[in-house]
Design a protein around this ligand. Structure first.
Ligand code: ADE
Length: 231
């Protein structure tokens, strides 16, 4: 999969993909993340990419010209499955969205800054708008990093233990059960006995019960969804 990201601050995105799982995904050739500096498409000597908003009001708006030039240049090189704008008024990111996006070939992400982007970009180019939560970041870059990370780890072959993503919280609509590692006794704090019993069917049963209990307690809204599905 290839993910292109348009940003006025591409340096903000250099580090997140150079470590750990995202680094490995790229080394294995399963993921390619390419950053594009919008200022390269800016206007005039100052490479201007933003301007005052029509109608007045505080805050600058990212101009339609530089963004459309950049998007159209990239579209000449490949066709995108989705052009995604990261914005707090987008659709809320959920595991199911990351699952769907992990199956795509080419994604183009647009990071907003200032007061936002000229609405005409959203009307004429953007195919999906995603928010990572009900709060406002100072730019879309950190949201883009979150989105790429959540998608990247789902690409087949990226995780060493192929099954481990399947047991993540949310993957089957519920939270993950608690986990423990050695030592079995730390300052008298014991690991649940079942986990050291070697009885794997029972362990699976225990994990499922714990996951349901945790979900009911912390996220009753997710339980409602499961119950609706089962009905
Ligand atoms: N840009 C600013 N805030 C954001 C958010 N919550 N989600 C996605 N993009 C954003």
């Amino acid at each position: 999969m290839r993910i292109d990201i348009i940003s006025v601050q591409p340096n903000l995105l250099e580090s997140p993909f150079q470590h750990s799982i995202m680094k490995r995904a790229q080394q294995k050739g399963l993921l390619q993340v390419v950053l594009h500096d919008l200022k390269d498409y800016g206007i005039g000597k100052h490479r201007q990419v933003d301007d005052y908003q029509f109608g007045g009001g505080a805050g600058m708006v990212m101009m339609v010209g530089p963004l459309s030039d950049c998007i159209e240049k990239l579209q000449k090189e490949r066709s995108y499955d989705e052009i995604i704008f990261l914005t707090p008024d987008g659709q809320r990111l959920e595991q199911s969205i990351s699952n769907q996006l992990s199956l795509k070939e080419n994604l183009l992400l647009i990071c907003g800054h200032y007061k936002g982007i000229d609405e005409r970009i959203r009307e004429h180019f953007v195919t999906m708008e995603i928010s990572i939560g009900d709060f406002v970041l100072s730019g879309g870059e950190l949201a883009a990093a979150v989105l790429v990370d959540s998608i990247g780890r789902l690409i087949p072959g990226v995780l060493n233990d192929e099954t481990s993503a399947l047991f993540d919280s949310f993957q089957d609509g519920i939270l993950a059960p608690p986990v423990y590692t050695r030592p079995a006794n730390f300052r008298g704090w014991e690991v649940p006995e079942i986990l050291t019993s070697g009885n794997f069917p029972k362990i699976e049963e225990w994990r499922h019960e714990q996951a349901l209990e945790r979900t009911a307690e912390r996220r009753p809204d997710l339980m409602d969804k499961i119950n609706k599905h089962e009905r």
